[in-house]
Design a protein around this ligand. Structure first.
Ligand code: 2IT
Length: 448
């Protein structure tokens, strides 16, 4: 229950209207948790039905994606694009190909993307898209045919000034190449309609590294501000064998952290003296997973076939970089028992609501992904800037800008949290700071 009747009403309405959309309802609730004070202080939010408007996407596109597999069998998937909010810029956000994709997941991702993009300080609105297509085990040709069919519908809804997709789970350079190529063919137009493109056709240096590196820059800011410390010698847990987890591990190692545990979909490996990170990164890059191979190569390593067991490992810092819902209340308690005092989300909503509330009540400083994983979309914004000005920046230039953006995001979240009397509640700071810019733009633009 919130103090504000307005908030209680909005939450009730969200739960009643979308009872089956559990991830979306969680994302809304997590956001509303931060709004109590603001809403009672500023009656214009209710007066202009800002929250009611904010939680309904501006547009959802849902479509059939038929394609032919290598055995000449016709397959059918569902494609989506959720264009959530364009108040501060064109729709922007990744495309996810994964068996688990449904409207609830894409709506939660697009909702959070709106605030994340706002926090970067760049003019980008919020969107997300994808399909329940699973690229694992598919041939290159099958992936290409799928991407082309997906784009045969999506191309009419996107554009460099309308909606600029990028990658996400299951969508990397290969998929973006196929989708970009087909868009160009259908529109007869070369434009920066995607980010995360290959370097030879308008991509930005450091985009693949950006989310994971940005996460570590953010973590360093947290350590500096709250503990007058840095990551050197700290024990770190990292989940997920995708780009975010791998690049986070690479940067953490470079900064002198000890990576005591990592996980992928098959389980986790743990070594209090530090894992062989280079070995893990090579395996993850080649196969998309590493645990099964790693335990063959290092038979003495401690491991579990349950990925969640990672959180039982004593650590200073936990960086969940796999996917939504990977840390529940039990895992949160295990982390506390193991001495963890910093939880920085690299994935989108890896912690469920009970876990987040537990962190806040038990002195584990928590940062939500919408702040700490914003480095990816921030460099997407830099890629758009390079495309728009026909330029390409060096690694050093992009890295310098990424560092600055992550530092700014941290400072904005921290200062907002302080202003609202809860200096350790970075998630509150992120929600309010991300919201205020979108709110101001919505107010200025009238009832649309
Ligand atoms: O979750 C995310 O921020 C992304 N998948 C990146 C989105 C983007 O447009 O680069």
């Amino acid at each position: 229950m919130y103090k504000s009747d307005y908030l209680n009403r909005v939450l009730e309405q969200t739960k009643n209207t979308y009872p089956e959309q559990k991830e979306f309802v969680q994302a809304v609730e997590e956001f509303l948790d931060s709004m109590d004070f603001l809403v009672s202080k500023d009656p214009k939010i209710e007066g202009n039905a800002i929250l009611e408007r904010l939680i309904v996407p501006e547009r959802i596109i849902q479509f059939r994606v038929p394609w032919v597999d290598d055995n000449n069998k016709i397959r059918v998937n569902t494609g989506y694009r959720v264009q959530f909010n364009s108040a501060i810029g064109p729709y922007k956000g990744g495309i996810r190909f994964d068996k688990s994709v449904n409207l609830s997941i894409l709506k939660f991702l697009a909702f959070e993307q709106t605030f994340k993009n706002s926090l970067t300080g760049l003019p980008m609105g919020g969107a997300k898209g994808g399909s329940d297509f699973d690229p694992r085990g598919k041939s290159d040709k099958e992936v290409m045919r799928f991407c082309q069919s997906f784009m045969a519908e999506l191309y009419r809804h996107i554009g460099p000034h309308t909606d600029i997709p990028a990658g996400d789970l299951g969508v990397g350079a290969r998929e973006i190449g196929y989708m970009f190529g087909y868009y160009k063919k259908l529109k007869n137009e070369w434009s920066g309609v995607f980010t995360g493109k290959g370097l030879s056709y308008g991509g930005s240096l450091y985009r693949p590294e950006a989310t994971g590196f940005g996460l570590l820059y953010f973590t360093e800011e947290m350590l500096k501000t709250y503990f007058k410390s840095d990551i050197k010698g700290k024990r770190v847990l990292i989940s997920g064998s995708g780009k975010v987890g791998s690049m986070a591990a690479l940067k953490a190692k470079e900064l002198g952290a000890i990576i005591v545990g990592m996980s992928d979909i098959n389980g986790c490996v743990v070594d209090p003296n530090g894992l062989e990170v280079e070995e893990i990164l090579n395996l993850a890059k080649a196969k998309g997973e590493f645990v099964n191979e790693y335990i063959k190569k290092y038979p003495d390593v401690k491991y579990s076939k349950v990925a969640r067991d990672l959180w039982k490992t004593p650590c200073d810092i936990a960086l969940p970089c796999a996917t939504q819902g990977e840390i529940n209340l039990d895992n949160a308690k295990e982390l506390k028992e193991g001495g963890c005092y910093l939880l920085v989300e690299g994935a989108n909503m890896p912690c469920d609501l009970e876990a987040i509330r537990f962190f806040n009540e038990n002195d584990i400083i928590f940062s939500s992904g919408k702040a700490s994983n914003a480095g990816g979309v921030a460099v997407s914004g830099l890629e758009m800037a390079q495309n728009a000005t026909f330029s390409s920046w060096s690694k050093e230039e992009v890295d310098e800008k990424l560092r600055k953006i992550m530092k700014n995001i941290f400072n904005e979240c921290y200062q907002t949290a302080c202003q609202y009397g809860q200096p350790k509640n970075l998630a509150l700071g992120a929600n309010i700071a991300g919201f205020l810019k979108v709110y101001e733009a919505m107010l200025a633009q009238g009832i649309v």
